[in-house]
Design a protein around this ligand. Sequence first.
Ligand code: ZN
Length: 115
Amino acid sequence: MTQKKLNMRTGDTVQVIAGNDIGRQGQVLRTIPSQGLVVVQDVNMRKHHKRPSANAKGGITEGGIVTHEEPIRVSNVMLVCPHCDEPVRTRRRHDADGTIERICKRCDNPIPTPG
Ligand SMILES: [Zn+2]
């Protein structure tokens, strides 16, 4: 299995560096590593029109407009370093205890992993 590893995790703060939402920052809500996609809060919002419809129990499901985030390519976002407060490139550092830390290439500080 060739699964791409993402350097982003749910809860990370990222900034959009390409596309319609360029410059926008948000939290990673979900990652889809197999497709190289991430869902970022308030980024790539889509309106979805729901029509009222009868459900199986004979009731009516309410219609309306719901907005939700569509996944965007991970290459279109960059991790925001909490020390620099800017989108930065990162490198990986393998610690003695086996954990992998993400190091900001700008300030050389580890970027904390949420959760
Ligand atoms: Zn930094």
